[in-house]
Every structure is written in structure tokens, then in C-alpha cells.
Write a protein that binds this ligand. Structure first.
Ligand code: OAD
Length: 270
């Protein structure tokens, strides 16, 4: 396990893993507001591929073809089938220890907000209640022409693209594609959360897709204690107060368990 600590002014030093955890637990125990920003890496241990790792989705598929309105208009059947293929993988997947640990945070932190870029709904299936989906979700669908939600059951084995019963337009998954706006008001809520939290986690994200990638820097600039959990470094690593270079499913359960023990000891809390 590698844990690197960075001071506020960016001078690099290392501490023992135990000392780092103690610092983090003290910050968490004192925190009223915690914001947790997650990306594809948190679902990797559930068997869902990330995007930018060497074997990630964008190494095998072209995002312009599969994640843009231009690509959809050019070949709607192909795009629809690709999302059905991903949805089938997600439907078979289960939340992992990292998702469950984050759901447990809500028991110990007064205001805890998960801000996710993921479309797989695994946080909700693990029990997280307070969640902002920046990039929509892959479960719901809507009409490209009149925007009406499509509420009929989807047969994910079928190759047939459904049509809107209101206007006959093509149906698309309710995920945000490149070049599109985020769902109404979501980014503002996420930015508020990042800008007003005491502790900010950036977990399993390459911090490359904007505007989401601004959030860790917003939190840092507004004085939050920032923790990154990611086996590899990102553009945010030098700014994190603690960078834990481990899999989230390994270290998050330990963090929650240590927090629980600390609170029990300090405040005799359950
Ligand atoms: P990326 O694929 O860009 O980054 C995933 C990150 O997770 C990488 O930095 C990995 O090192 C890290 N990682 C891998 N396994 C991990 C594990 N077990 N524990 C912790 N971290 C791990 O995914 P995102 O940052 O989520 O957009 O990508 C952002 C957006 O780009 C996605 O929401 C998607 C994509 O295009 C849309 O779908 C709109």
C-alpha cells in the first residue's frame, strides 16, 4: 500500500499508512459535510469496465461514434445495441465493498453527498441515498425528438430500436454524451457540495472529463481536506492532502470501520 501525503503548499512528504489513516479519520470525525466524487474505477471491482485504463472502453470503442448525438444520428441502431450490451453487464453486476462502504458513510457523517459520473446506479443499489448523477444513467431512456421519458420495458436482448409513442422519434439512453449539457441544476448542486464540504474524496476517476473534473479543484480551493483514492496518479494527485494508491474496494471498508471505531471510542456512538 502506498500512501502519499501532500502539504497545502504542495511540498511532498510521506508518512506511515497508520499515521495517514489517523489524520483522515480525525478529519472525518470532525466533519459536518463530506462530498464524495466517484468515477468508473469504483465499479471496476464489480466487473464493469472503466473508460481510460489500458483495457478500458475507449481503447476498444470510438467515443465519437458511441457517445455523441452525431454518432447516434449516423447509426442509431449500433449505438442502441452498444448501450444494451453495457446495460446487460450492469444488470448482472453487484455493488462491491467500496459502494457499500460509501453507503455506510451516511450513518456517520451528518451531510454526505455522493457526486457520481457513473451511469450504473450501483451506488443506489448499495444503499446510498443522497446522490447526484452528473452524467445521467443507463437504466432510463427518453425520446431524442420530444424529450418524453420512455417508460415501457426495454428488451435488452432485442436489436430493435424503440420509437416514441408520442411523436415517433428515436429512443435513446438517458446518459450524457460528449458535447451535451449535464441534467438541469445537477452541476450547480455538485459545485455547492464540493465548495462547502469539510472533506472531499475523489475516488476512481481519471479527473479528465469536464465540467466534472473541476470539482476536486473547487473543493481544494475552498479549503476542503482532499483525499484521492486511485491506484494510479491523476492531474489531481499533487493537490490531494492524502492520495491512497489502492483499489477503492480494498481501502474504503477499512476507512469506514476505523471511523466507526474512532467515533465509538470518542463519543460512545454506535
Ligand atoms: P476513467 O476510465 O477515465 O478513469 C477511471 C479511473 O479509475 C482511472 O484513473 C483508474 O486508475 C481508476 N481505477 C481503476 N480501478 C480502480 C479501483 N479498483 N479503485 C479505484 N480506482 C480505480 O473513468 P471516469 O473518470 O469515470 O462519461 O471517466 C469520466 C467520464 O468519461 C465517464 O463518466 C464517461 C467517460 O466518457 C460519460 O459516460 C458521459
Amino acid at each position: 500500500m502506498i500512501i502519499t501525503l501532500h502539504t497545502l503548499c504542495g511540498v511532498f512528504y510521506t508518512k506511515s499508512a497508520m499515521e495517514s489513516y489517523n489524520i483522515l479519520i480525525e478529519h472525518l470525525a470532525a466533519a459536518c459535510d463530506v462530498a464524495i466524487f466517484t468515477g468508473a474505477g469504483i465499479s471496476a471491482e464489480s466487473g464493469i469496465a472503466t473508460f481510460r485504463d489500458p483495457d478500458g472502453l475507449w481503447s476498444k470503442f470510438n467515443p465519437t461514434e458511441l457517445a455523441s448525438m452525431k454518432g447516434f444520428l449516423r447509426n442509431p441502431d449500433r449505438v442502441w445495441q452498444w448501450y444494451n450490451y453495457r446495460q446487460a453487464i450492469i444488470a448482472d453486476a453487484q455493488p462491491n465493498a467500496g459502494h457499500y462502504a460509501l453507503a455506510d458513510f451516511e450513518k456517520y457523517i451528518p451531510n454526505c453527498t455522493v457526486i457520481t459520473q457513473n451511469v450504473d446506479r450501483l451506488h443506489q443499489r448499495a444503499g446510498t441515498k443522497n446522490i447526484l448523477e452528473l452524467h445521467g444513467n443507463i437504466i432510463e431512456n427518453h425520446c431524442v425528438t420530444c424529450n418524453s421519458p420512455y417508460i415501457q420495458d426495454i428488451d435488452i436482448q432485442s436489436k430493435e430500436l424503440p420509437f416514441c409513442s408520442n411523436c415517433g422519434g428515436n429512443i435513446r439512453p438517458s446518459v450524457v454524451w460528449f458535447g451535451e449539457n449535464l441534467p438541469d441544476g445537477i452541476y450547480e448542486k455538485a459545485e455547492y457540495s464540493a465548495g462547502h464540504c469539510d472533506v472531499f474524496f475523489s475516488i476512481g476517476t481519471s479527473v479528465e472529463v469536464y465540467p466534472a473534473a473541476y470539482l476536486p479543484f473547487t473543493a481544494k480551493n475552498r479549503g476542503a481536506f482532499c483525499v484521492e483514492i486511485n491506484p494510479t496518479s491523476t492531474s489531481f494527485t499533487p493537490y490531494a492532502n492524502i492520495a491512497i494508491q489502492e483499489k477503492s474496494g480494498d481501502c474504503l471498508p477499512r476507512i469506514v470501520e476505523t471511523l466507526q471505531q474512532y467515533l465509538k471510542r470518542e463519543y460512545n456512538a454506535e
